[in-house]
Design a protein. Structure first.
Length: 123
C-alpha cells in the first residue's frame, strides 16, 4: 500500500488535444481539403457550433461536390440553425451525389432525413 507521501509530486499529464484542435492546426498549416473540412464540420456539430460547422461543410461541398457525407452533415447543421429549406436543398444535393456513386448507406440516411423533415414541416 502506498501513501500520499510516497507518490511523486508530479502533475497529471495534459489531456490529449481534441480532434477539433488537431484539425484546426492542420488547416492553419495550409493543409486544406474536403475531408479535413468534413472532419472539422463533424467535430463542430458535436460541439453544437452549428454556424461554424456550416462554414466548413459548405467548403467541403465546394471542394468536392460529390461528397455525399458532407452534404448530409451540411443539411444537419442547417436544420439545427432553423433553415429547413436550405437543409432540404443540401440533402437533395447529397442524395444526388450518393446515387451517382452508389453510396447506399448515405442514400438511406438522407432519405430518412428528408422524410423526417417533410413530416416536421407537414409537406
Amino acid at each position: 500500500m502506498t501513501t500520499d507521501q510516497e507518490k511523486p509530486d508530479t502533475p497529471a499529464p495534459p489531456a490529449p488535444p481534441s480532434l477539433r484542435a488537431n484539425l484546426e492546426r492542420l488547416l492553419a498549416s495550409g493543409r486544406d481539403g474536403a475531408m479535413l473540412r468534413y472532419g472539422l464540420g463533424q467535430a463542430l456539430l458535436r460541439e453544437e457550433q452549428f454556424e461554424v460547422a456550416e462554414q466548413h461543410l459548405r467548403e467541403a461541398t465546394r471542394q468536392d461536390p460529390a461528397y455525399s457525407a458532407a452534404w448530409k452533415l451540411l443539411g444537419k447543421a442547417l436544420e439545427k440553425l432553423g433553415r429547413a429549406d436550405e437543409a432540404e436543398a443540401a440533402w437533395r444535393r447529397g442524395l444526388e451525389a450518393a446515387q451517382a456513386h452508389g453510396d447506399l448507406q448515405s442514400i438511406k440516411e438522407i432519405e430518412v432525413f428528408l422524410k423526417r423533415l417533410a413530416i416536421k414541416l407537414q409537406r
